[in-house]
Design a protein around this ligand. Structure first.
Ligand code: SF4
Ligand code: SF4
Length: 168
């Protein structure tokens, strides 16, 4: 989604956003009902790691029991990260992953914003105004519309996430 400003080769060398430290577990991606259906119908993909809470139609995986040390910097890989990158195809891949390092977040007053994750090393090398202009010109309406139709994907706003755009 951000390939015009985020080079694929830089991401291939990084893969930071496909592994999680304990303090980043809130960032593990949400799989929508649509994602879950196509993954379950693909015999080559593991759907057993996806846990759906009662009363919801979305799921995520739980890595909390996978850490082997007390080191807070220990990272555990997403179960869908293969040797050559993500093994999921476009319909299976969570929206959270497609829009990363952007997030649609809810402010305390209930308004929605698009915010930038401060931990992506490559996007944060760019001037923030360049990112804002690109997102506003190319992505904002679609991101807000999709998030409003899939409220499970909206995160609570976190301090330190630069705001890129606000919903009208
Ligand atoms: S953290 Fe940023 S640079 Fe690294 S793989 Fe993810 S999107 Fe690419
Ligand atoms: S689902 Fe794919 S893109 Fe998303 S975190 Fe896992 S490996 Fe990375």
């Amino acid at each position: 989604m951000l390939s015009a400003i985020l080079k694929k080769e830089d991401c291939a060398k990084c893969r930071f956003c496909c592994s999680f430290r304990r303090q980043s577990l809130w960032e593990t991606p949400i799989f929508t009902a649509e994602n879950i259906t196509v993954i379950k119908n693909d015999k080559d993909k593991n759907s057993e790691c996806l846990i759906q809470n009662d009363g919801t139609d979305f799921a995520r995986y739980d890595l909390s029991g996978s850490y082997i040390s007390d080191d807070s910097d220990e990272e555990v890989k997403c179960p869908y990260l293969g040797d050559k990158g993500c093994v999921l195809d476009d319909e299976q891949k969570p929206w959270d992953c497609k829009i990363w390092p952007l997030r649609v977040m809810k402010m305390k007053d209930g308004s929605l914003v698009i915010a930038l994750t401060p931990t992506c090393p490559e996007i944060n090398k760019l001037d923030l105004e360049t990112v804002k202009t690109f997102v506003k010109d190319n992505l904002s309406p679609d991101l807000f519309e999709y998030a409003k139709g899939h409220s499970c994907l909206i995160k609570d706003y976190r301090e330190g996430f630069p705001v890129i755009d606000k919903a009208e």
